[in-house]
Design a binder for this molecule. Structure first.
Ligand SMILES: [Fe+2]
Ligand SMILES: [Fe+2]
Ligand SMILES: [Fe+2]
Length: 420
C-alpha cells in the first residue's frame, strides 16, 4: 500500500479516547479508569514523584483496563478483591499496547497490575516497574472497595473499613511503602470526596489534559491504533468476533472498486475499523439476546453510532472519519439512526460503510440466526435498495463482485490490501 499520510497525533487525546472506549464497558459506571488515574496522582504526589511520573501514572490509570471488553469480566473484576480470572485482561491489555510503539511503555505496567507485590518483588523485575505496577493495583482496588458506596454517597462512613482492608494486605498484595502512603494520604475526607463527584473527576481529567503531547506518526502507526480499537470492540462478544475488521476490509475493497484513490481508501478503512466502538456501551445480554429485542433494548442498541460519534468527534484527528463511522446506520429515505439524515447529507463513504456493515453482519452467525450465503445477503441488500434505504450504485459494487466482497467480509488475506 502506498503510504502518503503523515498525522500529528496528540497522545494525551488518544489515551483519553481509548480510555473513554474502555470505560464504556462499565455500562453504568464510566469513571473507573479516571478515578484510578486520579487516585494514582494523589498517591504519586504523596510519594514525592515528579510531574512526568504523575502524568505517566494518570495515563496508566486511564488505560489499565484496556484488556477488558465484556461487561461480565468488568463485573467480576469489580466484585472480588482478588479474582482468579484477572490475569487474562492484563495479558490482553499488554499485548494490545505493546504492538503500538507510542504507548508500548505502558504494556509492562498493565501486564502486572493484578500481581501481588510479594510475587513481583525479589529482584526478578525492574524495581521501578514493580512499584508502579503495584501502585496501579492498589489504586484500582481502592476504587473497587469504594464503588459500592458511590451511589448513595455513603463512602465517608466506610473509609475506615477500606483503610483496614488495605492495611491487612501490607507486605503481601501491596508494597509496604505504598500502603503507608495510602494510609497517610487517606486519613482525611478530602482524599475521598473527589471520588463521589463526576464534576471533580472530569475537572481533574481536564487539568491533566492541558499538557498535550503531540507526536508525528505515519499512517501505518495510526492504522495500528484503529486496529486496537477494533480489537477491543470485536472482543466484546464471540458473535461479533472480527466484525469491525471485516467491515473495514470490505469497505476498502468496495471503495477501491468505486474508484477512490489509495489515500481515500485508507481513510474509509479506518472508519470501518472504528464504526462500532460505541457498542462498548451495549451490554452483552442485549448483543447476544437469542430473541427479538424489546423496544427499550432496541432503543439502547440504536445509541451505539451516536456514542461512536461522541468518542471520535473533537479528537481533531480525522473529522471525516468520525462522521463516516457514525453514519453507518443512516438510510437514504431518512429512516436511519441516530441522525435521521436525508439522502443528500449522507456521503458516499458512509453509504459504503453502511452496506459493508450489513453484508459483514449477515455473513456472520448471530444468536438468533445462522450466517447467510452470499446470494441471500445480496438479496437482502437489494430489498434494502427497493425499500429506499440503500444506495443502488453501492449495492451494485457488491453484486458486480460478490465472491470478492464475500472473501473481504469474512477475511481472506488474498483479497484485500496488505494493510490488514
Ligand atoms: Fe481496573
Ligand atoms: Fe453498528
Ligand atoms: Fe457494525
Amino acid at each position: 500500500m502506498q503510504v502518503t499520510h503523515e498525522l500529528n497525533l496528540d497522545l494525551r487525546k488518544l489515551v483519553s479516547m481509548l480510555a473513554h472506549t474502555v470505560d464504556l464497558v462499565g455500562v453504568d459506571d464510566y469513571y473507573h479508569g479516571r478515578r484510578v488515574g486520579m487516585l494514582l496522582v494523589r498517591l504519586a504526589r504523596r510519594l514525592g514523584y515528579d510531574t512526568d511520573a504523575q502524568h505517566l501514572l494518570y495515563d496508566a490509570g486511564l488505560l489499565h483496563d484496556c484488556g477488558v471488553s465484556t461487561t461480565r469480566e468488568h463485573r467480576s473484576l469489580l466484585n472480588e478483591m482478588e479474582w482468579n480470572g484477572a490475569q487474562s485482561h492484563c495479558q490482553l491489555g499488554h499485548d494490545r499496547l505493546s504492538d503500538f510503539a507510542p504507548l508500548a511503555h505502558f504494556a509492562p505496567l498493565i501486564l502486572h497490575h493484578h500481581t501481588r507485590w510479594c510475587e513481583l518483588s525479589g529482584g526478578k523485575f525492574d524495581p521501578q516497574l514493580v512499584i508502579r505496577a503495584n501502585l496501579i493495583y492498589l489504586a484500582d482496588r481502592i476504587d473497587v472497595l469504594s464503588a459500592p458506596y458511590y451511589g448513595d454517597v455513603s463512602l465517608l462512613g466506610h473509609t475506615d473499613e477500606i483503610r483496614a482492608i488495605v492495611a491487612r494486605h501490607r507486605g503481601t498484595i501491596f508494597a509496604p511503602e505504598l500502603v503507608d502512603a495510602f494510609l497517610a494520604e487517606s486519613a482525611s475526607g478530602a482524599f475521598w470526596m473527589p471520588l463521589l463527584s463526576t464534576e471533580d473527576i472530569q475537572a481533574f481529567q481536564a487539568s491533566m489534559a492541558k499538557r498535550s503531547n503531540t507526536i508525528g506518526i505515519d499512517w501505518q502507526t495510526f492504522h495500528r491504533v484503529a486496529r486496537i480499537f477494533a480489537e477491543i470492540v470485536d472482543a466484546k462478544s464471540p458473535f461479533t468476533h472480527e466484525h469491525s475488521t471485516g467491515v473495514a476490509r470490505l469497505a476498502r475493497h468496495m471503495a477501491q472498486r468505486h474508484g477512490f484513490d489509495s489515500d481515500h481508501c485508507d481513510l474509509i478503512e479506518v472508519a470501518g475499523l472504528l464504526h462500532d466502538i460505541g457498542k462498548m456501551q451495549i451490554p452483552e445480554d442485549i448483543l447476544e439476546a437469542p430473541r427479538q429485542l424489546t423496544d427499550i433494548e432496541t432503543d439502547r442498541m440504536k445509541t451505539h453510532p451516536y456514542v461512536t460519534f461522541q468518542i471520535l468527534d473533537g479528537t481533531g484527528v480525522l473529522e471525516n472519519v468520525a462522521s463516516w463511522a457514525a453514519q453507518h446506520h443512516e438510510k437514504l429515505n431518512g429512516t436511519g439512526y441516530p441522525f435521521r439524515l436525508a439522502a443528500e447529507r449522507i456521503p458516499v463513504e458512509s453509504r459504503i460503510i453502511g452496506v459493508a456493515d450489513i453484508y459483514q453482519a449477515l455473513a456472520q452467525e448471530r444468536p438468533y440466526r445462522k450466517s447467510m450465503a452470499p446470494d441471500a445477503i445480496l438479496g437482502t441488500l437489494l430489498s434494502g435498495v427497493k425499500e429506499g434505504g440503500l444506495d443502488a450504485g453501492i449495492v451494485e459494487l457488491v453484486s458486480a463482485d460478490l465472491a470478492g466482497c464475500h472473501r473481504a467480509a469474512i477475511g481472506n488475506p488474498t483479497v484485500h490490501g496488505a494493510s490488514l
